[in-house]
Design a binder for this molecule. Structure first.
Ligand code: SF4
Length: 404
């Protein structure tokens, strides 16, 4: 069985390091300036250069997303950035726009090109077309099912194919939607969707603007446009059998905590699958791990579907059973204490779980000590505290607790 690549989103240096710690084979990042606007999910060129060095030192690849549909006025700017990306050693550039592909061929002909899912590649001839344009890898449309993907890998052998296995889904063909541009001038077509399809909407009758028709399920509003999240963890054998080479997790805008849990879970499942082959079974605790992070209910999307529609969950905005409690900033082997950057609120006696790449450790919070050595009864977001732990743990490991 071929070992597939586990490809993780890394919106900043912290997330890149988290992805490395928890088992990514490759990460993808946004680059400041290439989506042609500032965004919290993009790295500066300086951070990116540092991230590429750190990743390469561990044998991990870094792909830069430039999947905007560029306008004429954007090309000059893109032409400045692309050679810089090649110079700092990124392993591939992800694009959707044929104009960007031509520009890359002209400026940096040796830089591998990955075609974004926003190019909506859905058939064998489209894959051949892009291969003939010098594209190294295609990130397949989320809307394909595994049977169609198997037909593509059989018909176009040797082509690298990447598949989204986890994360948010669109209510349009991926990213081909103006809702975000319309609501707050952030265009999905330029890689900057603010995901307004997840927002709460009310239906108003025009003569009664103050009397909304609430399409209500239980106690909540309805999230009519909000797709469930994709989760294919249970179907890794079927996915590998389809012949794809890279398994991609969505979520450059999501937190380092999300990156940690999803990477760790898929890494453990993939390692078990590669080792156990036909005897492999998806363990219930892996599925449970993914229900502990924020999600809108999970779906297998189009993987087994003949239908050409997506699945919504009108009742749910977000659900999660656990929340981040902190990150390890340092471990002192002499004092046997870990320095923690606190997330959310923590009180002495709270039950915390420290997630290591291959282990979980219950943490005693009866002794919370601040950086001046004073014992505390509680700590708040962004505080730094010491907690005792006998064993050494890596910087960047995350702690969580049940949602209070
Ligand atoms: S608003 Fe929703 S459907 Fe539209 S591009 Fe963004 S995530 Fe996709």
């Amino acid at each position: 069985m071929e070992k597939p690549e586990l490809l993780i989103p890394a919106g900043n240096l912290e997330k890149l390091r988290t992805a490395i710690l928890y088992g990514a084979d490759a990460v993808y990042i946004g680059v400041e300036g290439l989506s042609l606007r500032a965004s919290s999910s993009e790295m500066s060129m300086g951070d990116l250069a540092a991230g590429v060095n750190e990743a390469h030192a561990k044998g991990i690849k870094v792909y830069a997303a430039a999947n905007t549909f560029a306008r004429n006025a954007d090309l000059e700017h893109a032409a400045e950035i692309i050679p810089k990306l090649a110079a700092i050693g990124i392993d591939a550039i992800i694009v959707s726009d044929p104009g960007m592909i031509r520009l890359i061929h002209t400026l940096t002909p040796d830089l591998p090109i990955h075609l974004s899912t926003q190019a909506n590649t859905t058939n064998i001839e489209a894959v051949r077309f892009w291969r003939d344009q010098g594209v190294r890898r295609i990130i397949l449309a989320r809307e394909l099912n595994l049977k169609e993907i198997g037909e593509i890998t059989a018909a176009v052998p040797g082509m690298e194919l990447e598949l989204f296995v986890h994360g948010a889904m669109c209510m349009a063909y991926s990213g081909r939607c103006f809702l975000s541009a319309f609501r707050n001038r952030r265009s999905a077509n330029e890689g900057d969707c603010s995901q307004p399809c997840r927002w709460e909407y009310l239906l108003h009758e025009s003569t009664r603007p103050n009397d909304p028709l609430v399409l209500q399920e239980n106690e909540r509003y309805s999230y009519l446009l909000s797709s469930k999240d994709l989760c294919l963890l249970e179907y890794l054998p079927e996915i590998l059998a389809s012949g794809v080479t890279s398994l991609k997790i969505e979520g450059r805008m999501k937190s380092a905590y999300y990156v940690a849990i999803v990477t760790r879970t898929y890494r453990q499942a993939l390692a078990a699958l590669i080792q156990q082959k036909e005897k492999y079974n998806c363990r219930p605790e892996w599925i449970e791990e993914l229900t502990k992070i924020s999600n809108r209910g999970y779906t297998t999307g189009f993987a087994f579907s003949k239908e050409k529609i997506n699945e919504t969950n009108p009742e749910i905005k977000y659900i999660q059973t656990h929340e981040p409690a902190g990150t390890v900033l340092q471990y002192d082997p002499v004092k046997k204490m870990m320095l923690i950057g606190v997330r959310n609120h923590l009180a002495a006696g709270d039950a915390l779980e420290l997630l290591l790449p291959d282990d979980k450790v219950l943490i005693n919070t009866h002794t919370i000590i601040d950086v001046h050595g004073k014992t505390l009864q509680e700590a708040n977001n962004d505080n730094q505290i010491y907690l005792p732990l006998e064993r050494a743990v890596p910087v960047g490991a995350v702690l969580r607790q049940k949602v209070k």
